[in-house]
Design a binder for this molecule. Structure first.
Ligand SMILES: [Cu+2]
Length: 71
């Protein structure tokens, strides 16, 4: 049994309609300092951030991609 050293934080994102939307969000979020990896599901409207970026930084990156975090 092992624990991951990397925290996972799940956010909800509005406005994504297809895989291209999800890719845009993933690319922006993965550019943030402290983010190892981001997993985006456009159908579920979820963004899972694997790393230590704070919510404000994630929100800004999602906005840069053209979408919005659900508060
Ligand atoms: Cu799309």
């Amino acid at each position: 049994m092992s624990m991951s050293p990397t925290p996972d934080t799940t956010y909800r994102v509005t406005g994504m309609t297809c895989g291209h939307c999800a890719l845009s969000v993933r690319e922006e979020v993965e550019e943030l300092d402290g983010v190892e990896r981001a997993t985006v599901d456009h159908e579920a409207g979820t963004l899972v951030v694997h790393g230590t970026a704070d919510a404000a930084a994630v929100r800004a990156a999602v906005a840069d991609a053209g979408y919005e975090l659900v508060a």
